[in-house]
Design a protein around this ligand. Structure first.
Ligand code: M6R
Length: 663
């Protein structure tokens, strides 16, 4: 059942004309199981201007589709009343609903919801409404004290709740505060001011996180947004303004953006906007130019974003080091760290933190920084680090690694680290992200928008940056100029070498075809390539849904070897390096137990694998520091081709979201 709701502006809800279909909606939600729904990783788009809002709202949602969602909805003010369409399922279903029952108007909000708990159904889809049905609100985040707020509203006589969601409670609270303040006759500007006030007063009572956008049928050229913990950006257009949870939703319409900070509340009309604090004080925000264009977020001729992004890596790897190599002094130039030489020299310990793929990059970073700079380095899951009382010394430097710059756990780790007084830097792709803005400095990846849920190009960019960090710290300590220069050469060779790896695409596709019926995959590597085994397994599981594990090769004999069987291929990352012979022993152990072997190797080592491995992928030779960048790419391709073979939704794998803004 999809939902179409029309709220009549002039009448109280009890007196509105409600169609049979609408009635069944109210009844259905009245009987819904009480459950606080948590909306996160969701998409928000809002529009106020002179154009038709609906196509813009739908288009914006489609641009956020890659982030993952399970239901979608929109509300538009049409001739002084709210028109709503919402349904569980894809945006295509919402678009169909809109085609069947078109909505016209130049003010509206829309949303894609990604449930983390609570039912996925039409009723729980956003927008939600206040008691009068004149206010529509979309929300990312969790209102933790929604029960207490709701009880208070009920005590005050509000019995008109149509769902059990936390979002609806916020809509009711704002609506009530607004209605109370408009008890006497108020003119249009007065209504705007009172709505703005009502939003701030309500949000001051909220415990929890939110990114919200709302419209009210009383003020048909006025939209309000606010954030705390969930990103929100204002797109500034000519005669129109936009709100979005991610700038990529609106970059086709404007590249002028104002990134809101926590506790900002913005009111936008067609030609102006105002931002205040929760207390109501006006705040100044710069209008920034969005770095990328709408073209950058198109698939082009590629069947999937993931494949496009894998193939972008020769360029993104180059962009990550562009302007950062200092040939003369055989070191790296990373001015964004905001640290002068004596401070850099004083660093006695490094902590690298992040989640998922970013954490795996950190694991490579641990090997890199220890080898190149001899600084004790530790890697920790952001989710663990933030809750752990790890002993830190004053010379500790913390890096939060995050493509999106919005991952809740990584942001939590960054804030915890700063709270304790440690200098905390970011390695981010999204320049306007919260992590980028809240860190003491950092390094941008410059990889361009990454749309596929599976991180690919951001990973190799992170590896380039971590190599640059190792080089910079190393050259301030005991790394010789000659060694520094070898690292630079190795980095500069990478774009071409990545091209050469991409030329192996057909071979890898054939391997994927051959093993499409496998029951899962094991990945093994040593030293710099142990984290690549972890990353290869993560890519495999998230887009193929097959069982996959990554381990240091030597761990085989400590238990994993019990898993070896003929339908479980082992992928060995065994380039020509100081641990090749050790890897070879492990490969023999698998071979002896009839496990199929796919080997990634380089240089002369291929000949040692001829009689043992079922498949051999020969990569360009490179220094072991940078080899992980070359070994990661074929594993991305392997996972991609397998997922495509299996008919998986490669760019939007089930249950996953691009940016995880819940803990
Ligand atoms: O945006 P972030 O780099 O902070 O995201 C961290 C992880 O959520 C992310 O890498 C996730 O593991 C990817 N889906 C992996 O492909």
């Amino acid at each position: 059942m999809a939902i179409t709701i029309t709220f009549l502006q002039q009448l109280p809800l009890a007196a509105t004309r409600v169609t049979r279909r609408q009635q069944s909606f109210y009844l259905a939600i009245a009987g819904d199981t009480p459950a606080a729904t948590v909306q996160n990783m969701c998409g928000i788009v809002g529009y106020v201007g002179r154009a038709q809002a609906t196509p813009i709202l739908l288009d914006g949602l489609r641009r956020l589709e890659y982030r993952g969602y399970d239901s979608a909805g929109l509300a538009v003010v049409q001739r002084g009343r709210l028109e709503t369409r919402k349904c569980a399922g894809r945006i295509a279903a919402l678009a169909k609903l809109v085609r069947k029952e078109p909505v016209s108007g130049s003010l509206g909000v829309s949303h894609t919801r990604w449930a983390t708990h609570g039912k996925v159904n039409d009723q729980n889809a956003h927008p939600h409404f206040d008691a009068s049905g004149k206010l529509a609100l979309v929300h990312n985040g969790v209102i933790e004290n929604y029960q207490a707020l709701k009880e208070e509203l009920i005590r005050d006589g509000d019995t008109n709740f149509r769902s059990e969601t936390d979002t609806e409670v916020l809509a009711h609270l704002i609506g009530k505060l607004y209605d109370d303040s408009c008890a006497s006759t108020v003119d249009a500007p007065g209504k705007k001011a009172r709505l703005f006030d009502a939003v701030r007063t309500a949000l001051r009572q909220v415990i929890g996180t939110y990114g919200i956008a709302l419209v009210h049928a009383d003020v048909p050229d006025f939209m309000i947004g606010a954030r705390r913990g969930s990103p929100l950006v204002l797109g500034v257009g000519k005669g129109e303004n936009f709100l979005a949870s991610d700038v990529s939703a609106i970059v086709a319409y404007t590249r002028d953006a104002v990134y809101l900070n926590d506790f900002d509340v913005v009111a936008a009309g067609t030609d102006k906007f105002e931002i205040t604090s929760l207390a109501g004080d006006s705040t100044e925000h710069p209008v920034s130019k969005v770095e990328f264009t709408a073209e950058d977020v198109r698939k082009g001729d590629f069947p999937h974003y993931m494949l496009k992004e894998i193939f972008e890596q020769p360029n993104t790897v180059r962009d990550a080091m562009r302007g950062r190599l200092n040939h003369e002094e055989c070191t790296a130039r990373l001015g964004g760290l905001n640290m002068v030489a004596p401070q850099l020299r004083d660093v006695g310990r490094i902590v690298l933190t992040g989640c998922g793929t970013a954490l795996h990059a950190g694991r490579v970073g641990e090997y890199l920084i220890e080898r190149l700079a001899n600084i004790p380095t530790e890697v920790d899951y952001a989710s663990e680090f933030r809750h752990r009382n790890t002993p830190m010394t004053s010379e500790t430097l913390v890096f939060a690694i995050s493509q999106s710059g919005e991952t809740a756990d990584t942001l939590g780790a960054l804030r915890e680290s700063r709270r304790k007084g440690f200098r905390t830097l970011g390695i981010c792709n999204n320049v306007a992200s919260t992590i980028a803005r809240e860190s003491d400095g950092g390094v941008y990846m410059h990889a361009g928008p990454e749309i596929g849920v599976a991180a690919t190009k951001s990973f190799t960019s992170q590896l380039v940056i971590l190599t640059l960090l190792g080089l910079l710290f190393g050259r301030m300590r005991n790394l010789s100029a000659a060694e520094g220069s070898r690292v630079i050469e190795a980095l500069e060779a990478l774009p071409q070498q990545v091209e050469a790896v991409l030329d192996l695409n057909d071979q890898i596709k054939a391997i994927a075809k051959k093993y499409a019926n496998a029951n899962g995959f094991l990945f093994f590597g040593r030293q710099f390539n142990y984290p690549i085994a972890l990353e290869g397994a993560l890519k495999m599981k998230e887009i193929t849904y097959l069982f996959a594990e990554g381990h240091p090769s030597a761990e085989l004999k400590h238990g994993i070897i019990a898993l070896i069987r003929s339908d479980l291929p082992s992928v060995f990352i065994a380039p020509d390096d100081s641990v090749f012979s050790k890897n070879l022993n492990n490969i023999e152990q698998v071979k002896a137990r009839k496990g199929p072997i796919i080997a990634l190797t380089s240089g002369n080592c291929a000949k040692h694998l001829k009689e043992i491995a079922n498949e051999i992928v020969v990569l360009p030779e490179a220094l072991d520091y940078v080899m992980p960048i070359l070994t990661a790419v074929p594993l991305q391709l392997l996972a991609y081709h397998l997922a495509a073979q299996l008919g998986r939704d490669v760019d939007k794998p089930r249950n996953l979201a691009k940016s995880v803004t819940v803990e």
